[in-house]
Design a protein around this ligand. Structure first.
Ligand SMILES: Cc1cc2nc3c(=O)[nH]c(=O)nc-3n(C[C@H](O)[C@H](O)[C@H](O)COP(=O)(O)OP(=O)(O)OC[C@H]3O[C@@H](n4cnc5c(N)ncnc54)[C@H](O)[C@@H]3O)c2cc1C
Length: 541
């Protein structure tokens, strides 16, 4: 990597301007992606050696955990308490809560087991908003076309059709749950535009949309009949005599015991993978985003897709270093913030799809036009003072979370540009699902970020929050309806024998165990007396 311009020098040269022209672009979006996007890094992709996707391309670090040994064997489960339920939901973010609420309101008995506390999730951190075609000059067809284009046409069109058709109803449902949105002076929902889209379609609450969404979902779950198990990561699924999903093994962080939950239907809603820090990138994700759901589902034979494709959000904070990776919402660019290299020049149209913008930033840094920070790290400017110049007061009114981030960083974004660099943000691929969120394993549903197919190889801002509620409700409803037909004669972890046989035959190292549960830098030997985690040889991050 070449040197860039030192932070202090670049800052001295910077001056806020309301308007800045964009020079002609020398590279097409596709050329940029191929040359600079981390999905194309030569040494990051390997072929899977075992399992349903054997032979498929996969990110090396994800392949490590998909092909790791299990954390448990039969002896660990001797004497473990057993409970039974109609529907087990694994994961207490937005998708899990929406699914659990729908199944419970439909009359099913529901257990929601989550790794830490309900709401510790990527959902709670979401900032920018939710896409739904509610404006007069917008249609679900336009939303559909934008999503296909954003995902480079590599999407499951049936799922996208369902996603966009559900948009307005999802917003209505959230309002019925008590969620607040920003409104204009007539009380109508305000909208703003996401990168790579053709209409103003994002509804939002300040830059705290996910927090507000999670507030109402959490309250609804806590006051329902749902049995919530906090501090209860799932470490394995249970299978029945036919290999169908029949529940899960929970490793309780509260009393260090394994517990078995036998369930007629199981819904995995465990979110993404950012804390594996693929390609050593910083991440915007919450602490528990370690790809566990992919591992659990894959072991039972669920098919995955696009596990070599991840989203690196263009605007992760790069300075100060202790906050590296923290997300700055795309809505700031949507409000007109330019991206400037260390020379103060624009280099990309800021609202192009995220993969293209991230690749352009990486190019600027690789070619020496980035801004370098003492002690390591580099980035380019997010020209927030230019926005304030054009629209005084906009940050106070619409971006309170960014103002708070500025206080933590000792930088006032209204006066000084923020240094940004791409941050590992979203898992584009995941478990293959049908329109009812069923995986290829009977009895096993998957929903939310753990799934693939909806966003192709590049997600548009606002489509993930829409997905988790739209498909969360669909998954909850279908899992509840089919539960009585899932009659499991026995529940065990016998499928692990097959896993271990395959790993041995493929000469795979057996020294790693998964799912990871926590990032490799979680120091449980010092910070916690949770014995279960001591057994893990953590995967590389
Ligand atoms: C900073 C940030 C900003 C974002 N902004 C937006 C936005 O503006 N608009 C948009 O559409 N999208 C946005 N996204 C993406 C979006 O928020 C997520 O994709 C979405 O909320 C994921 O929801 P989920 O329910 O699938 O996963 P999560 O919300 O991450 O929930 C997963 C849950 O599963 C739990 N879990 C994980 N493993 C286990 C296990 N082994 N056992 C039990 N529980 C487990 C986790 O602890 C967590 O509670 C943003 C993401 C981030 C990180």
């Amino acid at each position: 990597m070449t040197n860039g311009i030192p932070y202090a020098t670049a800052l001295e040269q910077y001056e806020p301007k309301a308007e800045r022209p964009l020079p002609d672009q020398e590279m097409s979006g596709e050329e940029l992606r191929r040359a600079y996007h981390p999905d194309h890094y030569a040494d990051s992709i390997v072929e899977l050696n075992v399992g349903t996707n054997k032979g498929d391309a996969c990110h090396r670090q994800l392949a490590d955990i998909l092909q790791a040994d299990a954390r448990i064997d039969e002896a660990d489960l001797a004497g473990a308490p057993i409970v039974e339920t109609d529907v087990l939901v694994i994961g207490g973010g937005g998708a899990g809560c929406a699914a659990a609420l729908t199944a419970s309101r439909g009359g099913a008995s529901v257990i929601l087991a989550t790794k830490l506390r309900i709401g510790d999730s990527n959902t709670v951190m979401a900032e920018g908003g939710i896409q739904a075609s509610i404006e007069k000059d917008d249609t679900p067809q336009m939303h559909y076309d934008d999503t296909l284009k954003g995902g480079h046409q590599n999407v499951n069109k049936d799922l996208v059709a369902k996603l966009v058709m559900n948009g307005p109803d999802v917003v209505r449902w959230l309002i019925q749950q008590g969620m607040q949105f920003d409104l204009d002076k007539y009380g109508d929902l305000l909208t703003r535009r996401a990168g790579g889209t053709s209409a103003d379609r994002i509804v939002y609450y300040r830059d705290y949309t996910g927090l507000e969404m999670m507030r109402v979902l959490q309250e609804a779950v806590r006051t329902s009949r749902i049995d919530v198990w906090d501090y209860s990561p799932a470490v394995e699924l249970l299978s029945d005599e036919l290999g169908h999903c029949a529940g899960a093994v929970i490793s309780s962080l509260e009393d260090n015991r394994y517990k078995l939950i036998k369930a007629k239907s199981v819904i995995i809603a465990t979110g993404g993978i950012g804390r594996l820090h693929l390609n050593k990138f910083p991440t915007s994700n919450h602490f528990g985003a370690t790809g566990d759901g992919l591992v659990l589902a894959y072991r039972l034979g669920a098919r995955l897709q696009d596990v070599d494709s991840f989203q690196y959000h263009p605007s992760g904070l790069a300075y100060p270093q202790h906050l590296a990776g923290t997300l700055i919402t795309e809505a700031v660019r949507s409000a007109g913030a330019y991206l400037l290299n260390g020379n103060g020049d624009r280099f990309i149209e800021e609202l192009q799809p995220r993969d293209q913008v991230a690749a352009a930033i990486l190019r600027e840094c690789a070619e020496g036009r980035g801004v370098t920070v003492d002690g390591g790290g580099q980035g380019i400017w997010l020209d927030t003072p230019g926005v304030e110049l054009r629209e005084p007061g906009i940050f106070d009114a619409r971006f309170p979370k960014l103002i708070e981030l500025g206080k933590k960083s000792n930088i006032d974004p209204r006066k000084q540009p923020l240094l940004i660099y791409p941050t590992l943000h979203y898992q584009n691929g995941g478990v293959v699902i049908d329109e009812n969120c069923q995986s290829s394993v009977p009895g096993l549903y998957c929903v939310g970020e753990v799934c693939g197919g909806i966003h192709g190889r590049n997600r548009l801002m606002g489509n993930a929050l829409l997905e988790i509620i739209a498909f969360g409700r669909i998954a909850g409803n279908h899992a509840m309806e089919t539960a009585p037909s899932h009659k499991h004669k026995k529940s065990s972890i016998e499928h692990l024998s097959q896993l271990r046989r395959e790993l041995t035959l493929a000469n795979m190292p057996m020294d790693k165990q998964g799912p990871a549960l926590f990032p490799s830098y979680a120091k449980f030997e010092n910070d916690s007396d949770y014995g279960g985690l001591h057994k893990t040889t953590q995967v590389e991050s």
